[in-house]
Write a protein that binds this ligand. Structure first.
Ligand SMILES: Cc1cc2nc3c(=O)[nH]c(=O)nc-3n(C[C@H](O)[C@H](O)[C@H](O)COP(=O)(O)OP(=O)(O)OC[C@H]3O[C@@H](n4cnc5c(N)ncnc54)[C@H](O)[C@@H]3O)c2cc1C
Length: 154
């Protein structure tokens, strides 16, 4: 029987490095139901991502030992993660149109009247929870949009 009053668990929130090899592109052969190129998502954890997970698991084990744990079970995604809930990136923010999609105000470099205000501009979370940062960037983008509209620039 599980003694839930005597059970503790540690879940390690790690992160993934912002690699250009992890991307969303148009598939050269697969089509969607309208006959247009389908989206292709390519992702592979960097060895450093795996090392971070392993490091966290080992520290968790040490915490268990220090707390006098009797039975310990630990695991990490040593072959790469298969899921995640903080989905960020694909529309990298940056000053250079050659290497980024949106500018610092989440405005598309290529389409001036297009603002993409979501987690897409952040190619890594730096390990923090992303939503407050997404909201802060949204407020900044909205301020910029209002000012630009008043000047007749959008
Ligand atoms: C289980 C879970 C737990 C989480 N916990 C936390 C937490 O504790 N703290 C934290 O900071 N973050 C947390 N997150 C992450 C956070 O929810 C996301 O990072 C954030 O919501 C991303 O915002 P977004 O605007 O980029 O995308 P989303 O919030 O996913 O918004 C995308 C929107 O686009 C809409 N959409 C999709 N396709 C289309 C289409 N074709 N046409 C029109 N609309 C479309 C969707 O319906 C959705 O409303 C969690 C996420 C999950 C799944």
């Amino acid at each position: 029987m599980m003694e839930f009053t005597h059970t503790a668990s540690f879940n390690g929130h790690c992160t993934t490095l912002p690699l250009s090899s992890n991307n969303v592109t148009l598939d050269p052969t697969v089509k969607d139901k309208w006959g247009r190129p389908a989206l292709r998502t390519t992702f592979m954890n960097h060895p450093d991502d795996i090392a971070t997970m392993k490091f966290f698991m080992e520290r968790s084990m040490e915490l268990m030992d220090a707390a006098g744990a009797i039975k310990k079970v630990g695991s990490y995604a040593e072959n790469g993660q298969t899921g995640g809930v903080h989905l960020l990136g694909t529309c990298r923010m940056g000053n250079d149109p050659a290497t980024s999609v949106v500018d610092r105000y989440n405005r598309s470099h290529d389409v001036p009247n297009l603002f993409m205000v979501d987690g897409g501009s952040m190619v890594t979370s730096g390990r923090g929870q992303p939503t407050m940062t997404i909201m802060a960037l949204a407020f900044r983008a909205a301020d910029h949009l209002i000012q630009a509209a008043r000047r007749g620039e959008v």
